[in-house]
Design a protein around this ligand. Structure first.
Ligand code: SF4
Length: 294
């Protein structure tokens, strides 16, 4: 599947292998994201995480909801599903239960996953459904015009909250942890190596795993809040991030342009929903029961 790129230099050609290319649907490029948007960087990290995982790509499916991040599924060269707004997790749950051997990854934005889709996130984590959820958090609804999101920090301005937000936002790692996720990490698009590793760990671990990625939306969130362009935001991530592996998730809430606690916060073992169901019916039905999905 791989293909070589050739770069002309000094009248010679040096073949350069780009490890991400096999994971992208070349016919869909160029993508729709704005210059300086952080979503593309997360896709690069995810493709590298897939490379490192050495997974059979026929056994990986990706499910997105609606929004700028929801377009990720359309660009990845996997079995991809672009679902309705907020419904990526229930769709992914059905996919996983119909074919338990699949690795199913939900890849979507903060608005899609935690506003209209919030209820689904809570229950999938509670059940320890065997899914990986990657949330690109840019604190806003990008595609629809920069409205207030459930993650917008207090004080930040949005088109629907022009005098600054006064609502308490979600602390996503705390929410995931409290609901029972077995792996919870947060990084930014500045931390490409750590993010790649976290994505790799998340897709390698059975159960409900969650990675939050902070990414700039220069077109709407940054411009409205006078935060500069995408590069300025990445500089801010670099300067204000504090790595605290194992930090208590209730302590990692984000303020408006404050310090950012990043790291791997949760890594624990719990019975997955499917293992729990099989154990339950074995107990109730005895040898008549044939374990599902094995
Ligand atoms: Fe990225 Fe924001 Fe543009 Fe959407 S609107 S593509 S999130 S920069």
């Amino acid at each position: 599947m791989s293909q070589n790129l050739a770069i002309a230099a000094d009248e010679r050609e040096y073949p350069v292998e780009n490890p991400v290319i096999p994971y992208l649907r070349q016919e869909r490029i160029p993508h729709i994201w704005c210059p300086g948007c952080g979503i593309g960087t997360t896709v690069n990290c995810f493709a590298r995480a897939l490379t490192e995982s050495k997974r059979d790509l026929d056994q990986v499916a990706i499910v997105s909801g609606i929004g700028c991040t929801g377009r990720v599924a359309g660009y990845l060269n996997l079995d991809s599903f672009h679902t309705t707004h907020g419904r990526a997790i229930p769709f992914a749950t059905g996919l996983k239960l119909s074919n338990p051997k699949l690795k199913v990854v939900v890849y979507s934005g903060d608005g899609d996953l935690f506003a209209i889709g919030g209820n689904h996130f809570v229950h999938a984590a509670r059940r320890n459904m065997d899914l990986t959820v990657i949330c690109v958090n840019n604190f806003t609804y990008g595609m629809t015009g920069g409205q207030l999101a459930p993650t917008t920090p207090i004080g930040a301005s949005q088109t629907t909250m022009p005098y600054g937000n006064f609502e308490n936002p979600f602390n996503l790692p705390f929410l995931a942890d409290a609901c029972g996720a077995v792996y919870v990490a947060r990084w930014t698009v500045f931390h490409v190596k750590q993010l790649t590793r976290a994505m790799h760990e998340a897709i390698s671990k059975p159960g409900f795993t969650f990675v939050e990625v902070l990414a700039p939306c220069p077109t709407l969130y940054s411009r409205r809040n006078k935060l500069g362009d995408g590069v300025d935001q990445v500089k801010y991530y670099k300067e204000r991030s504090v790595v605290k592996h194992g930090a208590a998730t209730k302590e990692v809430a984000l303020g408006f342009q404050g310090d950012i606690v990043v790291g791997k916060f949760v890594d624990r073992e719990r019975e997955t929903w499917l293992d729990g169901m099989n154990a339950h019916f074995e107990k109730v039905l005895g040898p008549r029961y044939r374990r599902y999905g094995e």
